[in-house]
Design a binder for this molecule. Structure first.
Ligand code: DCT
Ligand code: MG
Length: 409
């Protein structure tokens, strides 16, 4: 009954494959021809997850619970919901009944309960009550401020601060990032379009070419995965001659500042050093690159049109400064990587966050290797494995290559 080449090809491609014995097949064909039992490999990095998703109601619900868990500093629960949502994202059709999910990985009791609620009642009580809860709403508003994480937000909520007004009135001293975040709150919480990302790419390319000719700029993050919008714009910068990239970031930042393109920036220096004994514990992460967290001032044709539109619409009304000025604030992350680490940095900064987490989990648990955005270390051979492309890294890890557009787990 099985064409073995089709089977192995599908498994390798991460496509759902169902294995049924003769009786099951008979039952499916005769009794319930419409029911398909799905099957999916367990690590997200073994699967091809495009932006197309046949189960958005279910994945939106699980993603909201994941977000709520993350905002509540319950990372374990957050990951569990993210993994469950990611499994549903790769199913080839909408889930009709719970029996179709039998044997699927990463669907824990709690996630299954939420799915069951939605399939049976059209909505999950837990999701609906979370959405309405004061705590969730306050966490969303406060962490919407650039520079405010879940811990700070939780502390403020304990003090009775639930919104921006209360925060302003509280007299809390905000750091420079948070001040900028509060000042540009509406802009930063409006998603960045692909067109805006492209305009910013031109600005960054111009800056980089002016201070270091020959340096390369790559758009990473969600936009590299094909998303049409995002919460920020991520760039990776390198130079093919190792060492030329040293000291690049301050020069790029000065150039951008001289053009009045920056509303805020904070640069951290590269602190990554490869140790002979292998990466320390916990594994070194991406934060060690020379990195600039910034807020760009973006003027664009699109913005001008939007501004005129708003001006017409609210003629005579009080208009906020953010609605009327000819630019908007956009969050931009710049990262500089030495050329020898570029493939690892590119893989690490393309995401999605869950895909990255799963790659590292696969490396550790299945291959006894340690993967970071700087390097791949083989614990058995006790050596670093070099790579000049993302394809090399997937090959070292024994994984089929997954292109960026299929890393949307
Ligand atoms: N990243 C990661 N782990 C983190 C944070 C980031 O692996 N904790 C990687 C994956 C994506 C990349 O960095 C950029 O991060 P974001 O901008 O937060 O993600 P994104 O996918 O670009 O999302 P968005 O489109 O909303 O910007
Ligand atoms: Mg991003």
């Amino acid at each position: 009954l099985l064409d073995i080449s089709w089977f192995t090809e599908s498994m390798r491609a991460g496509h759902p494959v169902q294995i049924l014995d003769r009786h099951q097949l008979q039952e499916q064909l005769v009794n319930k021809p419409e029911v398909v039992v799905f099957s999916v490999p367990s690590y997200a990095c073994q699967r091809r997850t495009t932006l197309e998703n046949q189960n958005t109601t279910l994945t939106d619900a699980l993603s909201l619970l994941a977000e709520n868990a993350e905002l509540s500093n319950e990372d374990g629960r957050g990951v569990a919901f993210r993994r469950a949502a990611a499994v549903l994202k790769v199913l080839p059709s909408a889930v009709q009944s719970m029996s179709q999910l039998t044997g699927l990985p990463c669907l824990g009791e709690h996630s299954l309960r939420v799915i069951k609620d939605i399939l049976e009642n059209g909505a999950s009580n837990e999701v609906e009550s979370t959405k309405k809860s004061e705590k969730y709403k306050a966490l969303k508003v406060l962490t919407g401020i650039f520079g405010v994480g879940a811990k700070t937000a939780a502390r403020w909520i304990r003090e009775g601060i639930h919104n921006l007004c209360q925060l302003r009135e509280s007299g809390h001293t905000l750091n420079r990032a948070q001040q900028a975040g509060l000042e540009h709150y509406d802009d930063i919480n409006q998603s960045v379009t692909k067109t805006e990302a492209e305009v910013i790419q031109e600005m960054v390319e111009k800056a980089v070419a002016s201070v270091l000719p020959g340096a390369q700029v790559v758009l990473t993050g969600g936009f590299r995965r094909g998303k049409m919008s995002g919460h920020d714009v991520d760039f990776l910068i390198t130079h093919p001659e190792e060492g030329r990239e040293v000291g690049l970031m301050p020069k790029v930042v000065s150039w951008l500042e001289a053009q009045d393109f920056l509303l805020y920036q904070k640069t951290t220096r590269n602190s990554y050093l490869e140790s002979k004994e292998g990466p320390g514990r916990p594994p070194s992460n991406m934060d060690r690159f020379e990195r600039c967290l910034s807020i760009f001032k973006l003027h664009s044709v699109e913005n001008q049109a939007a501004v005129q539109d708003v001006t017409k619409r609210v003629e005579g009304e009080q208009r906020s400064d953010e609605q009327t000025r000819p630019w908007r604030a956009v969050r931009v992350d710049l990262v500089v990587s030495p050329f020898s680490q570029f493939a690892f940095a590119l893989l690490g900064w393309t995401g999605s966050k869950l895909f990255e987490r799963e790659l590292r989990r696969w490396a550790g648990y299945e291959k006894a290797m340690c993967l970071s955005s700087h390097a791949l270390y083989d614990n058995k051979q006790r050596k670093y494995l070099r790579a000049s492309s993302e394809e090399d890294i997937f090959a070292h890890l024994g994984l089929e290559y997954i292109p960026p557009s299929e890393r949307n787990a």
